[in-house]
Ligand binder design. Structure first.
Ligand SMILES: N[C@@H](CCC(=O)N[C@@H](CS)C(=O)NCC(=O)O)C(=O)O
Length: 219
């Protein structure tokens, strides 16, 4: 069958939203082509504006349908691949899953700005300021509640869901900035980092050209 899906993303080293969108596509099991747009090039920005009305990546095009914004992509993939389990089967768990996905999508501004995703970097003993620490504590609470309630090893039980994709870039930040976590959260973080899809993404990020200093911010 012809490949009818394209996912537009940017840097694999820096773009946390690209990682989320890409993981969702992989988890949904769709075949897709990656269109990688380096975001430091002005002509690329003009092109991105044409591609995605919101001027942001990720953007999924499937069967001629354009979907942008990570939550919308996740919901769309869940519709076309209901068997992939992107959302939990149980209604209450599904509501919980959507709530923590929404919380990640619209919150954690301090964590994002202070601990920008940068897969190649390592900052041992990184000094986390109080605002970012509050976000880290909230993430740990969310993870602990889910792991306890649904029994792990993923946030909603036996298999990864949309929520694991939404929080995966946070796991990379915890590694990059040497954030100390308690037992269950540390184990969860390790588990996500070692997923084959994550390893594949990280390997590609390592192969990207060297860091551009002004890109050391969330984008
Ligand atoms: N709310 C959006 C956020 C997407 C976002 O912020 N994308 C960043 C990349 S991680 C972006 O495209 N920034 C513009 C640029 O890089 O030119 C979503 O959920 O997809």
């Amino acid at each position: 069958m012809a490949n009818t899906a394209t996912l537009t993303i940017s840097s694999k080293n820096y773009s946390s939203w690209s990682l989320r969108g890409w993981l969702l596509c992989r988890m949904a099991g769709i075949e897709f082509e990656e269109q990688v747009k380096p975001s430091d090039d002005p002509s690329t920005r003009a092109e991105l504006l044409l591609l995605s009305p919101s001027f942001l990546v990720p953007k999924l095009t499937h069967d001629g349908i354009a979907v942008w914004d990570t939550l919308a992509i996740g919901e769309y993939l869940n519709e076309i691949r209901p068997g992939a389990g992107l959302l939990p089967a149980d209604r209450a768990a599904r509501a919980h899953c959507r709530s923590i996905c929404g919380e990640m999508h619209s919150g954690f501004a301090n964590l994002r700005s202070a601990l920008a995703m940068n897969l190649k970097a390592r900052h041992p003993k990184f000094k986390v300021w109080a605002g970012a620490q509050a976000d880290i504590d909230r993430v740990a609470t969310i993870w602990r509640e889910c792991l306890t309630k649904y029994g792990g090893p993923f946030l909603f039980g036996a298999a990864p869901t949309m929520a694991d994709a939404m929080y995966a870039p946070v796991c990379t930040r915890f590694v990059t900035y040497d954030v100390k976590l308690d037992g269950a959260c540390a184990e969860y973080c390790k588990r996500i980092m070692s997923l084959p899809h994550m390893q594949e993404w990280i390997k590609a990020a390592q192969a990207e050209p060297d860091e551009v200093e002004e890109l050391d911010v969330e984008f």
